[in-house]
Every structure is written in C-alpha cells, then in structure tokens.
Ligand binder design. Structure first.
Ligand SMILES: [Zn+2]
Ligand SMILES: [Zn+2]
Length: 158
C-alpha cells in the first residue's frame, strides 16, 4: 500500500460510524467522489478500492452495496464483472460464457440448449436445458389423466 495515497485518502474521507460509510468530502461529480492524485483524475471509490483491495480494469464496474454514491469504503463496494453486464444485454455468446451446464449438471451443448425470451418487453434470452425440459414433459405425461376436481389436485400437489 502506498503511504502517500493512504494519507491522501485520510484527508478526503469522513467515516460515518453508524453506516460504516466513508464519505468523500473532496470534490464530487454527479454524486460520485472525484480523486485528484498525481495529476490524475479518478473516481474516488475506484481510487480507494484499488489502494485497499485490488487493481481494477477499465471494464470492471464498482457497485455500491450501501447505495451511497459518495461512499468510498472498499467493503461497501462490489465489482460487477463485465460478464454480468453483458448478460443483462443479449446474445448467445454472452449467455454461453456464463455457465456450461444447467442446475442438474447437463451440459449446455448446442443440441441440448434452446433459448427463450426473458419477457415480452425485456431484452435478453435465457437458456433452457432440453434434457430437463424433456423430463418435465414426461412427468406431465405420466400424471393420471382424469382429474376428479381441479381444485383438490392443485392443493394436493403442494
Ligand atoms: Zn457505504
Ligand atoms: Zn438439465
């Protein structure tokens, strides 16, 4: 840890005991603290995070768990990886990069996967495992055909 950076942070931060937030009392832009160090301008929470925790890449985005924009407590910050961000968008590539198998361990190969829209007005797709889908269908088929009363069937299935 660089001593000069730590000293700089100490001068710019006010710790709120109740919430644990480290409020940036230096310059702020759009609610976010701005750090000026060695003639370099950085977002204050990114600056502090890098000093205390880990180096960030340009793609790494920090999310405030406490929802206080000007808070720079590294413990209140969480990296939102590009993967997560891409997943919120669309595209099979983005989806495929996420998980290689379904919850039950069936591999998401091309033959075993189909895509469904997340919702009518929601951009994005979700992968469905064909093996599991087939199992679900078979389960429905094996159900007794005659249902004495729709209501009791519903209740007893719970
Ligand atoms: Zn905070
Ligand atoms: Zn499956």
């Amino acid at each position: 840890m660089e001593q000069s950076k730590l000293t700089y942070i100490e001068q710019k931060v006010e710790r709120i005991t109740e919430s644990g937030c480290w409020i940036w009392i230096g310059r702020t832009d759009f609610g976010y603290g701005t750090a000026w160090f060695n003639k370099k301008r950085t977002k204050a929470h990114r600056f502090v995070y890098e000093v205390y925790k880990d180096a960030l890449t340009k793609e790494d985005q920090l999310d405030h768990l406490c929802r206080v924009r000007c808070c720079v407590n590294p413990e209140h910050l969480e990296i939102v990886t590009p993967k997560v961000n891409i997943l919120r968008g669309i595209g099979p590539t983005a989806i495929n990069s996420f998980k290689s198998s379904c919850t039950y361990g069936h591999e998401f190969t091309e033959e075993n996967t189909y895509y469904v829209r997340l919702g009518k007005n929601i951009k994005g797709m979700r992968r469905v495992c064909r093996t599991c889908a087939r199992k679900r269908t078979n389960m429905w088929r094996s159900y007794p055909k005659e249902k004495p009363d729709a209501k009791t069937t519903k209740n007893s299935s719970n």
